[in-house]
Write a protein that binds this ligand. Structure first.
Ligand code: FES
Ligand code: FE2
Length: 359
């Protein structure tokens, strides 16, 4: 009896860009073994600074490139397999050298390829495109990589926090957009308490691959917002597959909180929260805010892991109750639309509307 196949609708999307790593984690001349959607990937940076991603499986006899080193060949940046020293071009994946092969031997070395994943680096962030079928992929992504707006301050995030989560990927992403969990999961002195809940109405509109809460004045019961002062506005956008951007601005300052959820191994995800700012006070406060933000993110990871045990054992059917759960349903609808049409024929199922809830 073969194992039951998972429903593709519940798996992370393919043919789309995922957040791979902060640039700062991938140093020049170095390589790291990472997992994206269950696949081993060597993520590296050449000595000249170019980021690359290759399947971390040598086509010869499956040794991981990440355990080898980088070594140029014919003036091209290559990775050298640690097992027999075959070299593969980091740009096109072509095998450039098989050291043990005698010159008398005829072997079509250039036909051997290690599959390459497209990468994109901007503002200190590395993105990776995960195709549906790496072996048949023509190397050209179906859509442009994500772009952080140019008016966001700084060349890279000033604060980066990771949390690991275990559980169904969709539940992890829903945690990003779900407004109702915040006062319960994130009970901290600097954040509002459940008892402070007040009636909210929010204006939403569709965006290219997601939705956006239109710019508005931050809620008066959010203590963290008081820091920026002045006539601040906040705007929150969600974009497939799992990117949330919260931008807070006033006349002087801009703060971007960027959260990305990357599916790593089966049923596991890495939540990365990053902040950009141009507010000197936030730089001074960083030693204090970092542990708070780390706790905050860890709470999201912890509730997902706790929920996961029940999902695995009891296989519950999820309930969605009114506007507080509308964003979760929107996420699932966006995902279905992307599965059906891909990037080219994507039709956003969301209509501009107002949502009401108490948080
Ligand atoms: S396994 Fe990579 S060169 Fe042999
Ligand atoms: Fe949360």
């Amino acid at each position: 009896m073969s194992a039951p196949q998972p429903n593709p609708a519940t798996l992370p999307l393919r043919n789309i860009w995922y957040f791979a790593a902060p640039s700062a984690e991938i140093k020049a001349g170095k390589m790291e073994r990472r997992f994206y959607l269950g696949q081993p990937v060597v993520l590296g940076r050449t000595k000249s600074g170019r980021v690359f991603a290759m399947r971390d499986v040598c086509p010869h006899r499956a040794a991981p490139f990440s355990a080898g080193q980088q070594s140029d060949e014919q003036g091209r940046a290559c990775v050298e397999c640690p097992y027999h020293g075959w070299k593969f071009d980091v740009e096109d994946g072509t095998c450039r050298k098989i050291p043990a092969l005698s010159e008398r031997e005829v072997f079509a070395r250039e036909k051997v390829r290690a599959p390459i994943y497209p990468t994109h680096e901007q503002k200190g962030l590395i993105w990776i495109y995960i195709p549906d079928d790496l072996r048949r992929f023509d190397g050209v992504p179906d859509l442009d990589p994500p772009h952080i707006p140019d008016d966001i301050p700084g060349p890279a995030p000033k604060m980066i926090i990771h949390a690991k989560a275990e559980g169904p990927y969709d539940e992890a992403v829903i945690g990003l957009v779900d407004p109702a969990h915040t006062p319960f999961v994130h009970q901290q002195w600097f954040w509002r308490r459940p008892g402070d809940a007040s009636e909210k109405v929010k204006d939403y509109e569709p965006t290219a691959f997601g939705f956006r809460m239109k710019p508005h004045r931050p809620s008066s019961n959010g203590r963290a917002y008081k820091l920026i002062g002045g006539a601040a506005t906040t705007e929150i956008e969600f974009r497939l597959p799992a990117t949330r951007l919260e931008t807070i601005r006033n006349e002087k300052y801009t703060i971007l909180g960027l959260t990305c959820i990357t599916p790593t191994e089966d049923n596991r995800a890495l939540i990365t929260q990053m902040f950009f700012w141009n507010m000197p006070l936030l730089s001074v406060l960083k030693p204090f805010t970092y542990p708070l933000a780390k706790t905050f993110l860890g709470q999201d990871g912890a509730i997902l892991s706790a929920q996961n045990e029940n999902i695995a054992l009891a296989k519950p059917v999820m309930l969605y109750a009114g506007d507080p759960d509308r964003l979760a349903q929107w996420y699932l609808a966006l995902k279905r639309a992307y599965l059906a049409g891909g990037a080219d024929k994507f039709e956003n199922p969301i209509e501009a509307t107002q949502l009401y809830w108490r948080t």
